[in-house]
Design a binder for this molecule. Structure first.
Ligand code: NI
Length: 172
């Protein structure tokens, strides 16, 4: 599997909208597998295709990504995911492979009901809570060009974005 290059803030590709997947072919499966590999080597628990510059509605998540024993991993692939319902609210600290060296508290729905397709195109529904709920909301945001730092209070958001932009320019 080819490793993918992860784009980081303020790369404009992260602001684009991903398009629905319509072809459930081998190349979709290959893309999802490459995304999982890229996520594992980057020590992330979630990755959206758009972070690799692929404008498709594909997300991978593995909350056990950090397990040393790889037989304990729990890879999930979500194609064309949609949030059907949201319940409650919760605040937790988030980070992102596209936002280097910054973590921050974000408020999100506590539980969600999601509809998605697998790589074969079969439709599934799922109730997600705790970490899976937060991770799904974070990744689905990516598909709409939204980053977790967009949810920070306005002043903090301005500060963080300025700092991250400076850092990116310094490293360019
Ligand atoms: Ni992210």
């Amino acid at each position: 599997m080819a490793l993918l290059n992860i784009h980081t803030f303020p790369d404009p590709v992260l602001r684009k909208k991903a398009l629905p997947v319509t072809d459930f072919d081998q190349s979709l499966d290959n893309t999802a597998q490459s995304m999982l590999e890229t996520m594992y080597v980057s020590s992330g628990i979630g990755l959206a295709a758009i972070q690799a510059g692929i404008l498709k509605q594909i997300i991978v998540i593995d909350l056990k990504s950090g397990e040393e024993d790889i037989s304990l991993r729990e890879p999930h692939i979500f194609v064309n995911p949609k949030i059907l319902k949201k319940y409650g609210s919760t605040v937790s600290e988030e980070g992102c492979l596209s936002v280097i060296d910054f973590r921050g508290d974000v408020e999100r729905a506590e539980k969600i009901s999601v509809e998605y397709q697998d790589v074969k195109g079969n439709i599934h529904q799922m109730e997600a809570e705790e970490m899976m709920s937060i991770c799904l909301q974070h990744e689905i945001d990516h598909l709409n060009g939204i980053l977790f730092i967009d949810h920070l209070p306005v002043l903090k958001q301005k500060m963080v974005k300025k700092k991250l932009t400076k850092l990116a320019m310094a490293n360019a």
